[in-house]
Ligand binder design. Sequence first.
Ligand code: NAG
Ligand code: NAG
Ligand code: NAG
Ligand code: NAG
Ligand code: NAG
Ligand code: NAG
Ligand code: NAG
Ligand code: NAG
Length: 372
Amino acid sequence: MAMELSPRKPVLLVMYVAVFCVLTASAKKVPVQTIGPIFIFGDSTMDVGTNNLIDNCKARADHPYYGIDYPGSQATGRFSNGLNTADTIVQLLGGYDFSPLPYLALVNDSSNFTREILNGVNFASGGAGLAKATGKAFYGQVISMEEQVQQFKAVRGNITAFLGESKGDNLLQNSMYILSIGSNDIMEYVFTHPMTPEQFVVNLTNTYAIHLKNLYCKGARKFGIISIPPIGCCPIARSPPGSACSDEPNNLARACHASFESLLKNMSSTLKGFKYSVANTYNMTMSIITKPTDCMFSGFKDVKSACCGNLTTLGISECKKGAHLCKYRDDYLFWDGVHPTQKASKLAANAIVFSQDPDFVSPINFSSLRNA
Ligand SMILES: *[C@@H]1O[C@H](CO)[C@@H](O)[C@H](O)[C@H]1NC(C)=O
Ligand SMILES: *[C@@H]1O[C@H](CO)[C@@H](O)[C@H](O)[C@H]1NC(C)=O
Ligand SMILES: *[C@@H]1O[C@H](CO)[C@@H](O)[C@H](O)[C@H]1NC(C)=O
Ligand SMILES: *[C@@H]1O[C@H](CO)[C@@H](O)[C@H](O)[C@H]1NC(C)=O
Ligand SMILES: *[C@@H]1O[C@H](CO)[C@@H](O)[C@H](O)[C@H]1NC(C)=O
Ligand SMILES: *[C@@H]1O[C@H](CO)[C@@H](O)[C@H](O)[C@H]1NC(C)=O
Ligand SMILES: *[C@@H]1O[C@H](CO)[C@@H](O)[C@H](O)[C@H]1NC(C)=O
Ligand SMILES: *[C@@H]1O[C@H](CO)[C@@H](O)[C@H](O)[C@H]1NC(C)=O
């Protein structure tokens, strides 16, 4: 076993990162209510404050030094020094300065609820997975993918109640659904091995299929899937710290990417109107790790250690006040033991939204999917 995980020292099993020399294009400011709002599902890579609103949840980024580079140096619940990948992707897609707000924040805000959900909703919860139980043993309460889809169903009902069935459906079919989840399922598998790796990949793919079908049946058509990064390379997974990446989670991440891609291909050929784009964050992140200085746009000086958190014999300690904090955040690929820096999230988003390289995003980029 390569990693140390204990309930005392929660580790957010998820990161990703990435990327490359990519094209930039200027984002058009079209009101999202016209082209369709963006709905975001996933884990800590996408969480913009959901977990702050869950009482019994230990996966939290609601304290310094999280958010140190966010406007106002606010710790918003993003597992980042600044913006996370939910923010950077929607910014580049256009019409947004930040991710849509968390469902749990909106649902309590009755005066603005309907207006806000027409701008999109973020359901993502740090520590969550595709399987319903994932994350719960380590973090207490997290919002599983199944529950996130349930919450979306309620939002869909609210939108169609407001706009009418036909107009509401039309809007939701034009909306984009971004999913970034699965790393926590792999990490729990690595600690428990309840089945063979082959069975696990099939099981996880079938679980993904159930969620995608449920979303499709509720009118979702445009799926932007962010697959699993090389989680064996995040600082916490290098044991001892600074040594080579762990093979087992990395091998599973690659196998899942191939299997998810096959699933999406099949779904798009059998389900009318099903469109997708799948981002290969494994490839993106590995390109940087293996060639950190190769690309004029990346220029990371450190791709192995965490900017925030102390190096201990057990790994990397939690990122919190008093912990080690690097001075130049943009020099680092990793913010804490698991998650990318804002700089890395910006690079990842650039490739996901705009790249034409099928090694990074296929069969189309997120920008093309948005306009499809
Ligand atoms: C929602 O509002 C209630 C009552 O105003 C409050 O007690 C609760 O903490 C709020 N929940 C969230 C998730 O903000
Ligand atoms: C609703 O939105 C308005 C304007 O953006 C804001 O001033 C107000 O605080 C919001 N209401 C709640 C309950 O958050
Ligand atoms: C949204 O839908 C839920 C579930 O159907 C309902 O309980 C809630 O009252 C609705 N909210 C608004 C503002 O219409
Ligand atoms: C995955 O495996 C778990 C544990 O055996 C099982 O409960 C679950 O139903 C399986 N999921 C699918 C979609 O096959
Ligand atoms: C996709 O379809 C092909 C051909 O029918 C099949 O061999 C493959 O297993 C399917 N992939 C998934 C993930 O279901
Ligand atoms: C990206 O993925 C493809 C297919 O999985 C692989 O052949 C290629 O070598 C990868 N490229 C990089 C840069 O990792
Ligand atoms: C962590 O590192 C910081 C800065 O290097 C140091 O001040 C602090 O004492 C360390 N904390 C622990 C628990 O080792
Ligand atoms: C996205 O992909 C399409 C098709 O490959 C390409 O034409 C376009 O330049 C890429 N970037 C943007 C911003 O659409």
